[in-house]
Write a protein that binds this ligand. Structure first.
Ligand SMILES: Nc1ncnc2c1ncn2[C@@H]1O[C@H](COP(=O)(O)OP(=O)(O)O)[C@@H](O)[C@H]1O
Ligand SMILES: [Mg+2]
Length: 278
């Protein structure tokens, strides 16, 4: 047990996170769990890699990491070993099917699902080591607004919020965005609407959510946020099929409706989200 372990009271009320984001780092987050963050992270990474970018996905969902399951990768060395000093950062980076790199959390990271000063420092050190080597880094974060999730998001220059059209998911997305505006001073957040039933659903949902934000968040002094609609991904049975087989959709069925949507999303990320390549 570390000496610098904070008291329960300290850890219960996290300090407001100062925003020192890394450019080229995109956080994939959500209010509600199970909305498709890991699916989006892994497949968007594959689509960006196909377009020639050097991509790394970091499993930042420390408590409930499952990127390994989706990618069917079970490396001996993981982020956990880097955190505990048992391995070097380079040793924990592995190639995923789909042509991108991954840094998997591994089991045992649960103890890091609480934000202590050590976890913060380790995270910052790891990010500083990674960023120069890639064109884009995706952080597959946990759901919700725990201090560790908010800290992971605070490292990213851009936030991609994933939500489904269900009212529960949208309410939680609203709550998350509200915290990102209040605590991190975010002025813009991108929305990916996953599992849509009809074309155009995502645009309408973005407009509705923007209205609510304008009414209840922007009305607070100094707070304003632009919700930018990044794209929609239709509900597609092929997604579940790929997950069941532990295959990457973009590798095995890139032409299915969800696969095509991910390709479009990758194009838009390159055009509008990432710093322009020379
Ligand atoms: N576009 C989609 N169409 C159909 N099913 C989907 C879609 N996106 C996600 N899913 C289903 O939702 C499950 C949870 O997704 P996951 O990415 O693990 O969520 P999260 O990381 O947000 O907890 C997936 O395993 C898959 O079965
Ligand atoms: Mg996940």
């Amino acid at each position: 047990m570390s000496e610098k372990q904070p008291t329960t009271l300290e850890s219960a009320k996290p300090p407001s996170v100062p925003l020192v984001p890394f450019s080229k780092v995109l956080a994939v987050t959500s209010g509600k769990g199970g909305v498709g963050k890991t699916f989006v992270s892994a497949n968007l990474a594959a689509a960006l890699a196909k377009r020639g970018l050097r991509v790394l996905v970091l499993d930042a969902d420390l408590g409930l990491a499952n990127l390994d399951v989706v990618l069917n990768l079970y490396p001996k060395i993981t982020l956990h070993d880097v955190f505990t000093g048992k391995a070097k950062l380079e040793q924990a980076i592995i190639k995923a099917p789909g042509g991108f790199s991954v840094l998997l959390a591994g089991s045992g990271m649960v103890e890091y699902s609480r934000l202590t000063p050590e976890v913060r420092d380790d995270f910052l050190r790891i990010m500083s080591g990674l960023v120069p080597h890639y064109d884009v880094l995706l952080l597959d974060t946990g759901a919700g607004i725990s201090d560790v999730v908010l800290f992971a998001v605070s490292l990213a220059s851009e936030v991609l919020v994933v939500a489904t059209p269900e009212p529960t998911s949208l309410t939680d997305a609203y709550a998350t965005i509200k915290v990102l505006v209040g605590q991190q001073g975010r002025k813009a957040v991108r929305l990916i609407v996953n599992q849509t039933a009809r074309l155009g659903d995502g645009r309408a949902i973005t407009a509705q959510l923007q209205q609510v934000l304008d009414r209840f968040v922007t009305s607070e002094p100094g707070h304003s946020v632009k919700l930018l609609h990044l794209g929609d991904i239709p509900a597609d049975p092929m997604v579940r099929q790929a997950v069941m087989k532990r295959q990457l959709l973009m590798q095995t069925m890139p032409g299915c409706p969800a696969g095509l949507a991910i390709s479009q999303l990758a194009a838009k990320v390159m055009e509008t989200v990432l710093p322009q390549q020379p």
